[in-house]
Design a protein around this ligand. Structure first.
Ligand SMILES: Cc1cc2nc3c(=O)[nH]c(=O)nc-3n(C[C@H](O)[C@H](O)[C@H](O)COP(=O)(O)OP(=O)(O)OC[C@H]3O[C@@H](n4cnc5c(N)ncnc54)[C@H](O)[C@@H]3O)c2cc1C
Length: 419
């Protein structure tokens, strides 16, 4: 029997279309491991909504692996130290990991590489976090793409790999340790998650994908900008945690419709990931500095965060963010546009608040989009104007969205309830 391979899961919490797991399983016994990373749990990434969704996903993955004769080890601590400890216990001779792009993920991968090298362990990285791996598409100058439309053209005509089926069985080494219980949410976070948070995990994600491809995608081009109604897939947290493979979703979307509108959004995700891979400081530094001076107005920032601006559509957005940990793209654009363009407040303050609450909060997508709105990112028209009233009128014409998320105002008689 070949020696075991350790698969270090990160934000690829699935068994379908998982290249790192498939390659390990093809080679022999597999040791699946997830490490609740102290460095992440102590920082901004410990947002209760994402930790809750993560724990759901780990439970779900453990069951899926158990159904295949294996399990998921879940440890807590330093990710490199824990990985090397499990390597030593199980006699694994290789570690597989899905390549990722944030500054933290790249740093973790470098540390893991050094530790594996020192221990004579083979570290292999695999695709799986995006449709097309960052760096695979290059401009004529061998650089990353800075503008979306040419990237989309290249992405759309690029030959994608085939999605991989889930294996029916996985071998485990005799040396496999007994899995420890997955910690309870209260032991990891100080604040309660949002009450209407989506359920995490691959089962829920695949069910949502199936439902979306059968019922939603056909009308996406017409419905995706409306603030109320289910005009978008709401698959973002499943994509963020890798419960759904972006490649499988994109491939199945193209089979379901001739309209590129939906895969174009998946391409935006890939686009921001390849920008982040090339510019890992994206969460902190302006991608394209414009020498702008930001207003220091803690009172206005606080009112924006709390949903106390008096602008219904904005306040509704902030209530939805707190209640559900998710808001539609158009609401994100309006909230961000108001903060940076109307109030003149630094995009980093808004991005931090979003990261605190969003269940799909993602370094590449959040920072990339905030910088796009602020004009410091990849927008080819960085000075475009912004008018919150016009946005509200256009995308929440009859005020349904505001009424849905501001029940206190409805109750106080400031707004009429919809029939
Ligand atoms: C200020 C701001 C902050 C944002 N922060 C995040 C974030 O932290 N995490 C996140 O996943 N998305 C973020 N987005 C992008 C987008 O708003 C969400 O991905 C989308 O609203 C998620 O809902 P959905 O799954 O229903 O999207 P759908 O419209 O169904 O789109 C399908 C998928 O395409 C991707 N996608 C769609 N729009 C974008 C976009 N503009 N940029 C990148 N990917 C996109 C997402 O993965 C999404 O799940 C942000 C946008 C703005 C304007």
């Amino acid at each position: 029997m070949n020696s075991p391979t350790l698969v270090l899961f990160t934000r690829d919490l699935r068994i379908h279309d998982h290249p790192a797991l498939a390659a390990a399983a093809a080679n022999g016994p597999v040791v699946p491991l997830f490490v609740l990373d102290d460095a992440l749990l102590d920082g901004v990434h410990a947002a209760p909504n994402r930790v809750s969704f993560l724990l759901d996903s780990l439970h779900d993955l453990r069951v899926a692996l158990a159904d295949r004769g294996s399990t998921l080890l879940v440890h807590r601590g330093d990710v490199v130290a824990e990985t090397m400890r499990v390597v030593a216990t199980t006699g694994a001779t290789a570690v597989h990991i899905s390549a990722d792009v944030s500054a933290y993920a790249a740093h973790r991968q470098r540390l893991l590489c050094h530790a594996c090298h020192a221990g004579g362990i083979d570290l292999r990285t695999f695709p799986g976090v995006t449709v097309v791996p960052p760096g695979e598409l290059r401009t004529g100058n061998h650089d990353h793409y800075r503008v979306f439309t040419p990237y989309f053209r290249a992405w759309r005509t690029h030959r994608w790999r085939e999605p991989l089926a889930a294996r029916h069985e996985l071998r485990v080494p005799d040396s496999m340790p007994r899995p420890r219980p997955i910690p309870a949410l209260e032991t990891l976070v100080a604040r309660r998650p949002s009450l209407q948070l989506a359920l995490g995990g691959e089962i829920a994600g695949r069910e949502r994908m199936r439902h979306w491809l059968a019922n939603g995608i056909a009308t996406y081009a017409a419905t995706h900008d409306a603030l109320s109604g289910d005009g978008t897939s709401q698959l973002s947290p499943y994509l963020h945690f890798g419960c759904v493979s972006p490649l499988e979703l994109a491939t199945r979307s193209l089979a379901a419709t001739d309209d590129d509108a939906f895969v174009r959004q998946l391409c935006w995700r890939d686009f921001h990931h390849q920008v982040t891979a090339a510019f890992p400081a994206i969460a902190h530094r302006d991608y394209r500095p414009r020498g702008r001076t930001w207003s220091h107005r803690p009172d206005l920032l606080d009112a924006w965060r709390r949903g106390h601006t008096g602008v219904d559509v904005l306040d509704a957005t902030m209530h939805q963010l707190r209640d559900e940990g998710w808001i539609p793209n158009r609401a994100r654009l309006i909230a961000a546009g108001y903060l940076v363009k109307t109030l003149g407040i630094d995009w980093r303050a808004g991005a931090a608040h979003f990261m605190d609450w969003l269940v799909d909060g993602d370094v590449a997508n959040n920072s990339g989009n905030w910088q796009w709105v602020a004009g410091t990112g990849n927008d080819t028209r960085p000075n475009r104007g912004f008018n919150v009233e016009r946005q509200a009128h256009r995308f929440d014409t009859d005020g349904t969205y505001a009424r849905e998320h501001l029940p206190a105002l409805v109750a106080a008689g400031h707004m009429e309830e919809t029939a």
